[in-house]
Design a protein around this ligand. Structure first.
Ligand SMILES: [Zn+2]
Length: 345
């Protein structure tokens, strides 16, 4: 976890300090995906637990609680996140995790993408004993959209009657997917998208080649741009874009077959952005995500009716909502690409 904020978060940090004097029981940090919301919330958690915070609100980094926090072993801090994120993070930072119910071992069961009800129930002991350092008790939940109905309802009980000195920090990219009853009990705090200049400067410092292209493709979200630039999915993206630029029924089947091992969620997101660019180009001549494809986008926009494009965008948004668990990745992608080719027929 970074000890300092990302450069574009300084302003947000300053306004957050105003909440300190009368700290809400629950704060929901929300904003676009890939801008560092969880790191921001974690910096805040650390500063709440620090025994000698600095004048600007940052944790000192030198006291005992700060040391514990850095090791994820602060007794008054818990992180709650889906099992799948714990697995991705590896075993180096599993302390401070809410004790899980016995893991389904040996069944080959995929790690859960939800924050499950037993993870929320496991907080009960933590919430009922007094804090170790006579200070705050902090629970970070991310992403809050991973709360399902059951776990949301279990959490609601704690949000309705919060134990004293307890702060829940929730992080969400799509707050609209949270239960309204949860939303209404959180103080909402918006984290803003960095300017293109700040985001580019940061990516270049991180050593990303072609930073401008990655950033545009991720809609201006620098952490998402960095992540994609570091994974091998460039080839998949290029292949998908090449197909979208030259749609066709036969090509759709072939492309779906060769992309079936790629994360479906990414493929749908990229297609959504492509459709958005087509739509935006048709209406205003502007391209947000794929400026490198201006020629192809302009030719396709001329062939497509606005109404059909809108329909396709709507269908892509619906697909995105169910892309986490497709029964067959290949059929799912095939269906999406065939639908797409209809826009131009
Ligand atoms: Zn400290």
């Amino acid at each position: 976890m970074p000890d300092t904020l990302y450069p574009w978060q300084e302003e947000n940090w300053r306004s957050l300090q105003q909440l300190r004097s009368r700290l809400p029981h629950a704060i929901l940090f929300y904003g676009p995906q890939g801008i560092g919301k969880t790191d921001f919330a974690e910096s805040f958690a650390k500063s709440l637990l620090c025994e000698a915070p600095q004048a600007d609100g940052h944790a000192c980094g030198a006291c005992i609680p700060c040391g514990w926090f850095a090791q994820y072993s602060h007794p008054d801090y818990r992180r709650v996140r889906p099992e799948i994120l714990v697995e991705e993070a590896g075993s180096d930072d599993e302390d401070g995790e809410v004790a899980e119910s016995p893991k389904p071992k040996g069944k080959g069961k995929a790690p859960s993408k939800d924050i499950r009800i037993d993870q929320i129930r496991a907080l009960a002991d933590f919430l009922n004993i007094s804090t170790h350092r006579q200070g705050q008790r902090v629970i970070l939940l991310h992403p809050a959209e991973a709360l399902n109905r059951e776990s949301s309802n279990a959490l609601l009980k704690s949000l309705e009657e919060p134990p004293s000195n307890t702060v829940f920090l929730l992080v969400a990219s799509n707050p609209g997917r949270l239960l309204p009853t949860i939303l209404s009990r959180c103080r909402k705090f918006a984290l803003t998208m960095p300017s293109q200049k700040d985001a580019l400067a940061w990516l270049q410092k991180e050593g990303v080649q072609d930073a401008e292209m990655w950033l545009a493709e991720q809609g201006g979200a620098p952490l998402a741009a960095l992540a994609l630039s570091q994974t091998g999915s460039r080839a998949a993206l290029d292949q998908l874009l090449a197909h979208l630029a030259k749609p066709g029924v036969d090509a759709a089947l072939k492309t779906a077959e060769s992309l079936q091992k790629e994360p479906v969620v990414d493929l749908v997101s990229w297609t959504q952005r492509w459709l958005y660019d087509l739509f935006s180009f048709k209406l205003s001549g502007r391209i947000r995500y794929y400026p490198g494809y201006r020629k192809q986008l302009s030719a396709l926009a001329a062939q497509a009716e606005t109404g059909r494009l809108l329909q396709a965008l709507k269908a892509a948004n619906e697909r995105r909502a169910v892309a986490e668990h497709p029964l067959s990745a290949r059929l799912f992608i095939e269906d999406m690409l065939l639908d797409y080719s209809q826009v131009f027929s």
